[in-house]
Design a protein around this ligand. Sequence first.
Ligand code: PEP
Ligand code: MG
Length: 575
Amino acid sequence: MIVIKGVPASPGIAIGTAYVLENEEIVINRVDVPAMKVPAELRRFRAALAATHRDLDAAESKVLKMLGKEHARLIDTHRLILRDPLITKDVTKRIRTEKVNAEFALSESLEVVNQAFEKMQDEFFRERRHDLFDVGKRLLSHLLRQEKKSLSGVKTPSILVARNLLPSDTLNLKENNILGFVTDLGGKTSHTAILAQSMEIPAVVGLSDASHRVKTGDTVILDGDQGLVIIHPSPEAVEKYQGLRRRSMEEDTALERLRGAPAVTADGHRVKMMVNLDAVEELKAVTILKGDGIGLFRTEYLFLNRPTAPTEEEQARAYTMVAKAMDPHTVVIRTADIGGDRLSQLGLEGPKNEANPFMGLRGIRLFLRHSDLLKTQFRAILRASAHGKVQVLLPMVSSLRELQSARRIFQQASVELEAEGVVIPKKVPLGIMVEIPSAAILLDAFLEEADYVSIGTNDLIQYLLAVDRINEEVAHLYDPYHPAVLRTLEGIVQTTHKHGKKVTVCGEMTSDPKAVPLLIGLGVDVLSVTPRMYLRVKQILRHSRMEDLKALVAKAMRMHDSDHIRRLLSELEGR
Ligand code: PEP
Ligand code: MG
């Protein structure tokens, strides 16, 4: 039995036989084409273009039917690329003047564009080349008559194993007997992962070499909750996971009665329970929970998988829809946190442009460098704030200067809108994520200038412990129960309360049943939880007594070993 740990991309458990997709490299040779055969070569290229357009049309109608307009936009992006002169004119010119085969002409043109993209200073745009490659690959497959390996050969319910999957690859998985998928590349926030969640397909990604270690026909267990893949599981492991799957389905059904029930402890302590929204497409699943609003709307998904940033209009439409749907509850809209792993899932091949992307140009750093993007997003959010209760949140703030610069742009955006006659509320709160240790340490100064703070434990833990949150080599060191993490959280809660303000936590710790009692006991006022864990967390809250949780925290705070803390929490969980 081999257990490998990856990134839990989409929750749920799948047990089945593996079906491994081999991603063979395509070798393209230069073939000289005699002058008299050039017209035929051009026709061949145009036929491949037409076939690729047909592919996209077919994919689009499928996406529209299954997932709606938002996802279908991705296809539009690919269609635009396919019409770009870089693909059309450039390739045909090469075939004509250099008298070479269409495959070679295409690959040469793609390489030129790739190099141009590589030289771009702006990492966001530099990463757009991967959309170009997706389209290029489709075109090549038509030219080489190498259709993508079809999944129609999957006769029995299987777990798909691949080096990587494109968002469009995930669309027909269910109808092709695929129970779940695992990939070597990717992060939990890839569009592929988002689609998997929307379609409720369990997935684990970022496994490095799963596609080499698993062979077609192997029995595999995929644990999308923990991010585990078990190859050749023992009969005991299979039995255990079958039991877990059954129990989890029964629990989900039982938990539904908690929708709309008050989020209070058994001794009457009210905790505001909000929901994290990762993509507009999940809005419906969020509203069904009848929670206290959206505590974190990760807007970066509006910016990924496309060659250009969304317009103000497009953003305003999305934010307005969310604000209206949640009204009268609050929606906390975070400006796009692009960078870190959110680029690496787009930039899967080739050398990384930043040696330490998590320490690099990410979140507010990137948007302050491109202040036009920040202002456009602020304008769109402000426009939406006329339709519901909206707050703005800044990611990755490490210094007061960043907050001050962002606030200036925020004020400019609001003055501009007012001058244009757009009605916006007098005060739209602007807060910061506390997810970098410097913000936690300097919190009292930040609290003078930020309207509110929200703790991002995902990043706070990685920066406090110097453990890359997506690096499986150090995954065992990524420890939410580390005494230093708990002390930092305690400090943040106390300092914020001293300023008479409320503390929100929006990182994944709020969705970890073991950690929830700690957070509540520490005095956290607002938990923003993932939709899937929302009702489970509410149940924990309703079964707890604040008095007990405070005693638990006092005990945990005296411990200097996270194993002891973990054991203490497990005992409570088991009760
Ligand atoms: C966090 O860091 O805890 C957080 C909520 O932000 P993200 O996971 O999007 O980085
Ligand atoms: Mg973060």
